[in-house]
Design a protein around this ligand. Structure first.
Ligand SMILES: [Zn+2]
Length: 353
């Protein structure tokens, strides 16, 4: 008997709208995620204070755990602190760091995790990965997908615009990531998961083609949904492949080579994706992507985030080493430094003309 369908690890609840936070207690009770209301809520020590004050009356059974940073140590400490207290769930209420710390801690103590994202900076809010700083820099840890994802658009709007911009770059970069995956399939016979590829690409295309801007609810909703679907696409694929290609290798290279000057994840992957599309000969797609990123205030050439063309060339040159084993357009072309320089000059000319 063949398997006729498959089950996908995915959240029981996805609630993306204005005012979603006001209904958080009811949602957790209704969905039987927390009937007793006993919750461990991880929240940022600084920026989370106002939210904590606002939510305390609605969540009387919650215990609040201030988290100071996004390190593995903080995540292990949180797990130790919440262990043995018979919570129904762990809530990560904040930006990417808080969500990732809560994901890891929840996995460690075997509790479901609720992601309440206060910004849209990247696609990690619903992914099966926790990215945490450790002694060796930064590590990615496999964790279960959150049981619920809540995004209050009113809260997202209060975050600095650069966070939303970063999410746009990360979502749009999916298009290049999936193209890299398809290339690896064609050239190396790497297995490609059509469903994961479809989810990630459609999320990227929807954000790419949406006529709205970061001030519109309709646009923010499409972006938030796109980031959630991207996270689930990684669960479907079993790794970050659908949302991490050459653009992400370039991003890692920026982080490693210029740790003090690195720009946001979305700014770097967006720029990386435009260049990667150019490298693969998809010139029109590259220009379309660049025009969209520009419209949203994102960089499309390195100078716009404070790097010289030569520093960008160095980053592209170094990029394949950041992710050994991942095959993208960079590994495929295997360009020399001079060839990268020429390709970049060609790209910059196309962008500026
Ligand atoms: Zn990303």
């Amino acid at each position: 008997m063949p398997v006729l369908t498959r089950l996908i690890p995915s959240p029981v609840v996805v609630d993306i709208r204005r005012g979603a936070l006001d209904d958080l207690a009811g949602l957790l009770a209704d969905q039987r995620i927390s009937a007793s209301g006993k919750l461990a809520v991880a929240i940022s020590d600084g920026s989370g204070r106002a939210l904590r004050e606002r939510l305390t009356p609605a969540l009387p059974g919650a215990h609040w755990y201030p988290v100071t940073d996004g390190t593995l140590d903080s995540a292990v400490k949180l797990a130790d602190d919440i262990k043995g207290n018979r919570y129904d769930a762990v809530v990560g209420l904040g930006g990417g760091k808080i969500v990732d710390v809560a994901k890891y801690a929840a996995a460690r103590v075997g509790l479901p995790m609720v992601a309440v994202a206060t910004n849209l900076a990247h696609d990690g809010l619903c992914s099966p990965v926790a990215t945490l700083d450790n002694d060796n820099g930064r590590g990615s840890y496999g964790v279960p997908t959150p049981i619920a994802v809540v995004i209050d658009l009113d809260i997202v709007r209060q975050a600095p615009a650069r966070f939303v911009r970063s999410g746009i770059g990360d979502a749009v970069s999916n298009i290049s990531c999936v193209a890299d995956w398809e290339l690896a399939h064609e050239v190396n016979g790497e297995e490609i998961d059509g469903l994961a590829a479809a989810m990630a690409r459609q999320a990227g295309e929807a954000v790419l083609r949406h006529p709205g801007g970061i001030g519109d609810d309709a646009f923010l909703k499409v972006l938030a949904e796109g980031l959630v679907l991207t996270g689930i696409s990684m669960s479907v694929a079993g790794d970050s492949r659908p949302a991490s290609g050459a653009c992400h290798e370039i991003n890692h290279a920026f982080d490693l080579l210029y740790p003090k000057r690195a720009a946001s994840h979305g700014e770097q992957v967006g720029l990386g994706a435009c260049f990667a599309m150019h490298l693969r000969g998809a010139r029109e797609e590259s220009l379309h992507m660049a025009a969209t990123l520009r419209r949203h205030g994102l960089p499309v050439v390195p100078e716009e985030i404070g790097f010289t063309a030569d520093e960008f060339v160095q980053a592209v040159d170094y990029a394949p080493q950041t992710r050994p084993g991942r095959f993208t357009i960079l590994e495929h072309l295997n360009l020399s430094t001079d060839q990268i320089r020429d390709a970049y000059a060609d790209y910059a000319k196309a962008i500026h003309s």
